[in-house]
Every structure is written in structure tokens, then in C-alpha cells.
Design a protein around this ligand. Structure first.
Ligand code: F6P
Length: 489
């Protein structure tokens, strides 16, 4: 890290770290979006005080935000710069909703939703990637900045930046899974995407499994030399190092956790708000309202649990927070309607006077509200059908300084490779998930404590600074090597 001291760090992502909304009184409210990317990247930007380039996507109305395109965002330790790119409606439709979220998102997640590829979306994707790359070049204060490219929205940016700044150190992190070569191969622009990504110095994925899939994909579709042993891809003289960097959260410090409400007070507040009885058990799910998150499978499991264990009737409440997301897309709209209908059916079947088993809260929740919910919960249920990492489970663990609460976790989330003390389930197996839910809400306190203490040690140690630190240390090595080679040439 010392090798990078004084170097300029530029981060580039689609999602910006702020949402601007109108309050009831017409005033502007500033909130944080429900995004694993923002959760992870913001503490890093605060720590290195860099420049973050993003689409001004968090503001329905441009008038609500600072008129300046480049603003200072006050941070925990240090401030950082936010430089917004404003996309037209048409650009956003083709690049973000179209190619990124109707094409790449279902292509990379095994959730059995068919990707849609339109040439017009691809053209918009290319043009918008060029706009982001141009902004990086415009922000660069030297020939060799450190550029952090985030996620599947910007696959072409690394090669575009490399063209203008050949000496830049470009670290690209792919926040979602990488599929096998057969699956990826259905994309008509597979080669262009791979070439774009290979403009990176380092290409990071959450797990080794995703790295292997990527190496095999390149092997299948490009003329490239692949050193599997060292995880290096060479195309001509250009090398890219491919490595796994499991993402995480910023572990809360004592000042932060001291401000949290007590666990008993959190339970009381949630019970009062949802009208739950004194002895209610609470299980929670917290997700963007997305079809990859396994929300239908989870509610099916709650239903099965109530069939198998009627002793939970009138006592167990399952609270699902579902933050609005990508609702403009038919696939999302249809999915969200299906979830609402399922919740209504389960509540009609098992609800009774003054009690309903499922509470669907389909609205934005801020960090303080989520902390209260996590602390009130007997169990947190993460049943993603496929997920790069999933940070909700790590946030739940971080919130439980009382060492209680049980995590039920999908084996198809990257986090399952680290959080072994969770109850690991296959969300497609309704019986297994229902049994795990039962086990979670009836688990003895000593067992909860033992599992949670171990989970907490793991997440505290492998926090987001470890994620960023490992990548930056590797970047430092590659940067030094490139500089030495350039001198010797
Ligand atoms: O982590 C994957 C991801 O798609 C991020 O790229 C993104 O910020 C987050 O989920 C939320 O999605 P969106 O930015 O489309 O609201």
C-alpha cells in the first residue's frame, strides 16, 4: 500500500452512492441506495479520498441535486469527490435497463430467466461505456492513475481507458457471478466484452470458481495465452491477472455500535410497529426486489414450515424488506406482482384475527431501520438463487454484537464459501429450507452464540478493507513491475 501513497485513485461505477428524494414537506431527502456495491466501495473511497465517477442515477429529478457535476461527499474519515455523468432517458434505457439488466444480469445469474439481447441496447452500452471512459481520462491528473472499474455495466471501460492511458493501473471488479463458457457464449458480443475486460491490469471476482469460469471462457472464445498456474491471461504483450477477492462490509467501530438501540428495544419497536404478540419469533429477509434473490422460494418455505409445524402459527412472523429496483422492466414487474400474490395467498391461508405470518415491506429502508430489524430478528434468511457474494448476511452478523440470531444462507451465494456456521440451504429444496427455518427459530442460545461468535470473528477480520487492501497490494506489485519493465525497455 505504501507504494501507492500519493497516487490518484479514480473509481467508476454505474450506481452513485446517494439517492435524492422529495420528502412530504417538499424538501430534498438524501438517502443511501440498496446496493452491495455502494456498501462496499464507499468506505474505501472515504479512506483513500479519491474521485468517484457514476451515473447521476439516484435522483429522479436533476434539479434536486447540486447543480455542479463534481461535488464533495463528506465521509467518515475523509471526504471524496463525486463526479456525476448524466445519461439521457434513451441511453439509460438501452445501456442500463436493456443490455446490462435484461442481457448481462440474467446471463451471469443462473435464475432461469432468459437474457434479452438487442443490437440497439448493445450500441447504447458501447456509447455509454465510452462516456464513462472519457470521464476517467478527463479526471486523470497523471499518466498512470489507479482506476477502479466496478461491475458488469462497464465491461468495455478497461480497454477504452487503456487506449488513452496505456500506463494506468486498472483494477476491474465484477460484482456478480461469472457463468461457465457455454452459458456466456450465447451473448452475441461475447468477444467484445472479453476484450474490453482484458484492458484491466487486475480482474477480480468474488470466488475462485468465478475466476476459473472466466479463464475457461477466454480460453474458449479468444486467441490468448492462459497461465492457469499463475492465473494470468496474455493477449499479445498485454497481461491481465485474474484473482478472487471476496467482498465484504466495513466492520462497525465502537462509536457506531454504541449508538445502536438495545436488542430488546429493537424487538419491542419491531413488534409494536407490525402488531406482533409479545412472544413472537421474528425471521427477516432483506433484499432488493429482484428475481435472483429467491424471495418466492423463501415464502414457499415459510408456508411449508407452517404446514409442518403448526406450533409456529400465531407466533412466527416473517418480515421481508424488498427495496424497489428496476421496476420499469417487465420481468421485474411481473416477479414483484407474483411475490405480492403469493404473500396474500399465504396470509389468507394461515392468518388469523390480529396476526399474519408474512409482512412484505416493499419500500426503501435506511441503514438505521435495517439495523433495528437485524437486531430484532431471531433469524435472517438469505436464499439467493445465485449471488456473487451477498452482503446482507454480513451486515446481519455485524449487527449482532449480542451474539444471538441465526443465519440461514443459500449455498448459491458467494458468502456460503466463507460463512460456514450459517445453516446452509439449497433454496430450490423447499423441505430443506423449511427445516432450516424451523431449526433457526428454535435453536438453543448456546448454539446460537457459538455460531454467531465464529461468524463475527470471520466477518470482522475479512472486512471490506481487506478486500480493497488485497487488490491494491496486488496492484502495487503489478505497477512496480510495469514501471521497471518500461525503464529496462
Ligand atoms: O451488486 C450487483 C449490483 O447490480 C450492483 O452493481 C448494483 O449497484 C446493485 O446490485 C443494485 O442494483 P442497481 O444499481 O441496478 O440498483
Amino acid at each position: 500500500l505504501t507504494q501507492l501513497r500519493g497516487d490518484q485513485v479514480i473509481c467508476v461505477s454505474n450506481r452513485e452512492p446517494l439517492i435524492h428524494d422529495r420528502g412530504a414537506d417538499g424538501g430534498v431527502l438524501v438517502k443511501r441506495p440498496a446496493s452491495g456495491l455502494v456498501t462496499a466501495v464507499e468506505p474505501v473511497m472515504q479512506a483513500c479520498s479519491g474521485t468517484w465517477i457514476a451515473h447521476g442515477s439516484g435522483s429522479a429529478d436533476r434539479d434536486m441535486v447540486d447543480a455542479d457535476d463534481r461535488v464533495v461527499v463528506p465521509g467518515g474519515q475523509q471526504d471524496y469527490w463525486l463526479r456525476r455523468i448524466w445519461l439521457t432517458e434513451e441511453e439509460e434505457k438501452g445501456y442500463y435497463y436493456g443490455f446490462a439488466n435484461e442481457g448481462l444480469w440474467p446471463l451471469c445469474h443462473v435464475a432461469h430467466v432468459r437474457p434479452v439481447f438487442r443490437r440497439s441496447d448493445w450500441e447504447a452500452y458501447k456509447a455509454v461505456n465510452q462516456r464513462f471512459a472519457d470521464a476517467v481520462v478527463a479526471e486523470a491528473r497523471s499518466e498512470d492513475p489507479i482506476v477502479l472499474v466496478q461491475d458488469y455495466h462497464l465491461a468495455l471501460v478497461p480497454a477504452m481507458v487503456r487506449e488513452k492511458l496505456p500506463q494506468a493501473t486498472i483494477l476491474t471488479f465484477w460484482h456478480i457471478p461469472w457463468p461457465n463458457p457455454e452459458s456466456f457464449g450465447i451473448c452475441p458480443w461475447r468477444r467484445e466484452l472479453l476484450r474490453g475486460m482484458l484492458g484491466s491490469t487486475i480482474l477480480g471476482f468474488h470466488t475462485r470458481f468465478h475466476c476459473r469460469n472466466f479463464l475457461e471462457t477466454v480460453d474458449r472464445y479468444l486467441e490468448a495465452r492462459i497461465e492457469h498456474e499463475h492465473s494470468i491471461i496474455s493477449v499479445g504483450r498485454k497481461e491481465t491477472y485474474v484473482e478472487s477477492y471476496p467482498i465484504s462490509i466495513a466492520w462497525p467501530d465502537e462509536t457506531e455500535s454504541a449508538a445502536w438501540p438495545a436488542v430488546a428495544a429493537s424487538r419491542e419497536a419491531v413488534r409494536a410497529r407490525l402488531g406482533l404478540p409479545e412472544d413472537a419469533r421474528i425471521a427477516v429477509g432483506v433484499d432488493r426486489f429482484d428475481y435472483t434473490k429467491g424471495i418466492i422460494e423463501r415464502i414457499n418455505a415459510v408456508e411449508r414450515l407452517l404446514e409442518k409445524h403448526p406450533e409456529h402459527l400465531g407466533r412466527l412472523a416473517f418480515v421481508q424488506v424488498a427495496s424497489p429496483t428496476r421496476s420499469e422492466l417487465d420481468e421485474y414487474h411481473g416477479f414483484q406482482d407474483r411475490v405480492k400474490a403469493l404473500v396474500a395467498r399465504v396470509n389468507a391461508r394461515f392468518g388469523r384475527e390480529g396476526w399474519q405470518p408474512v409482512h412484505l415491506l416493499a419500500e426503501h429502508h435506511d441503514h438505521a431501520q435495517l439495523i433495528e430489524l437485524y437486531r430484532a430478528a431471531d433469524a435472517c434468511v438469505v436464499t439467493s438463487l445465485h449471488d456473487g457474494m451477498n452482503l446482507v448476511c454480513k451486515e446481519f452478523v455485524a449487527a449482532r454484537d449480542d451474539e444471538r440470531g441465526v443465519l440461514v444462507l443459500s449455498r448459491f451465494a458467494g458468502a456460503a464459501r466463507e460463512l460456514h456456521e450459517a445453516l446452509i440451504v439449497n433454496p430450490y429444496d423447499v423441505e430443506e429450507t423449511a427445516d432450516a427455518l424451523h431449526r433457526a427459530v428454535t435453536m438453543s442460545e448456546p448454539e446460537q452464540r457459538e455460531r454467531m461468535a465464529s461468524l463475527r470473528t470471520n466477518v470482522a477480520e475479512f472486512n471490506v478493507f481487506r478486500w480493497a487492501g488485497r487488490m491494491l497490494v496486488d496492484a502495487g506489485r503489478w505497477r512496480l513491475r510495469a514501471r521497471v519493465e518500461a525503464r529496462l525497455r
